[in-house]
Every structure is written in structure tokens, then in C-alpha cells.
Design a protein around this ligand. Structure first.
Ligand SMILES: *[C@@H]1O[C@H](CO)[C@@H](O)[C@H](O)[C@H]1NC(C)=O
Ligand SMILES: *[C@@H]1O[C@H](CO)[C@@H](O)[C@H](O)[C@H]1NC(C)=O
Length: 179
């Protein structure tokens, strides 16, 4: 009986991934590719990296969208309710530096500590990414990111955008006095 290469391959992939748990290499690849979507967005990579029902929560991003205020996006609301919404925002955003500093992972969740080396202030962030096993041999790894919970120094980021200014010495004295 002839056994097709594809079925052998699929069986091998299924059995080696039978626990369906992330490996270090999967976690590193997804962390790097998530960074690329922030620093150098491409729709092809988004399609491979993000689950079709991708969602993202980040008060820090909400604060950036709100220019430091609290509208139009309520601070605690979901940031992106679909992959399309994330893609639209990422594609519109100017490229920013993004370097992965640490990657920790368990069976289905990756935690990334990253640095965006902006000027004048560096921005450090932590993103927790819940992943899902997806058997698609066309993708870089057999998992996609389904949900992101990420926070970062949005104060520094707003300063870099020229939106947030450091309080003057007088203002700081008044704040200290009121407190
Ligand atoms: C950005 O991504 C494109 C592919 O989408 C690639 O050709 C290019 O080299 C990347 N640029 C940087 C700075 O990584
Ligand atoms: C990405 O996926 C969308 C929807 O599934 C599709 O319409 C689009 O052509 C894909 N883009 C690329 C570059 O593969």
C-alpha cells in the first residue's frame, strides 16, 4: 500500500504536537512576529500570526488613541475587537522600533517583555499572548495569537509624540501643595 507523504507528514505533525503545547521555538517566533506587526506591519504576516477572531486589550493603547484623555475609547474597554481592527490600526501607525527582551511561555500562553527604543524616551512594555493550536503547515508555527493583554509606558510614548509635556517646576510645586 502506498502511503502518501502528506498523510505521513500530517500524522507526524499531529503526534509530535499531540500535547499541543508551545515549544520555546514557537514562543520565540510568535514573539518576534508580533513585534514585526508593531514595527513593520504586513497583512501577510498578520494573517499567519493572528487568529481570525483575534482580540486585544490594552489601557495603554486606549490612552494613546485618546491622546492622553479618556475618550473616544473608554480606558478599560477592549482595544481591538477583531483582527481587522488591529490590522487597520497597525497599518496606519508609523513604524516604531521594537525589540524582544524576554520571552516566557507555558503550554498556550507567551509573555513578552519588549523595548521600543524611541526618542527621547524608551518605552518598555509587557504583552501576554494567549495562543491557539492551528494545524496549518503554511504558517511559521502551528499556533496563532488569539488574545493579547499588553501594557507599556504610555506616558513616555505620549511624550515622544509631543502630546504630554513635563509639568513646570511651578506646576509641580502647586501639585505637591494640593496633595
Ligand atoms: C519590513 O517587511 C518587509 C516585508 O513585508 C521586508 O521586505 C522589509 O525588509 C522589512 N523592513 C524592515 C526594516 O525590517
Ligand atoms: C489576509 O486575510 C484576508 C481575510 O482572510 C484576505 O482577504 C487577504 O487577502 C489576506 N492577505 C494576504 C496578504 O494574504
Amino acid at each position: 500500500m502506498k502511503v502518501s507523504i502528506i498523510s505521513v507528514l500530517a500524522t507526524t505533525v499531529l503526534s509530535t504536537a499531540s500535547a499541543q503545547c508551545l515549544l520555546q521555538s514557537d514562543a520565540n517566533t510568535l514573539a518576534t512576529n508580533f513585534g514585526k506587526l508593531v514595527s513593520n506591519y504586513s497583512e501577510a504576516l498578520a494573517n499567519k500570526t493572528l487568529a481570525p477572531d483575534f482580540i486585544d486589550y490594552s489601557e495603554s493603547v486606549n490612552t494613546l488613541i485618546d491622546n492622553g484623555g479618556d475618550t473616544p475609547v473608554p480606558l478599560l474597554s477592549q482595544t481591538f475587537s477583531s483582527r481587522a481592527a488591529f490590522e487597520k490600526a497597525s497599518a496606519a501607525q508609523p513604524s516604531v522600533p521594537f525589540a524582544v527582551k524576554n520571552v516566557w511561555f507555558n503550554c498556550n500562553t507567551i509573555t513578552v517583555r519588549w523595548e521600543s527604543d524611541q526618542s527621547p524616551k524608551p518605552v518598555i512594555g509587557i504583552s501576554v499572548m494567549q495562543t491557539r493550536f492551528v494545524l496549518n503547515l503554511q504558517n511559521p508555527v502551528l499556533f496563532q495569537i488569539a488574545e493579547v493583554w499588553g501594557e507599556f509606558d504610555s506616558g513616555a510614548w505620549l511624550t515622544n509624540l509631543g502630546i504630554l509635556k513635563q509639568a513646570s517646576k511651578k506646576q509641580r510645586r502647586e501639585i505637591a501643595f494640593e496633595a
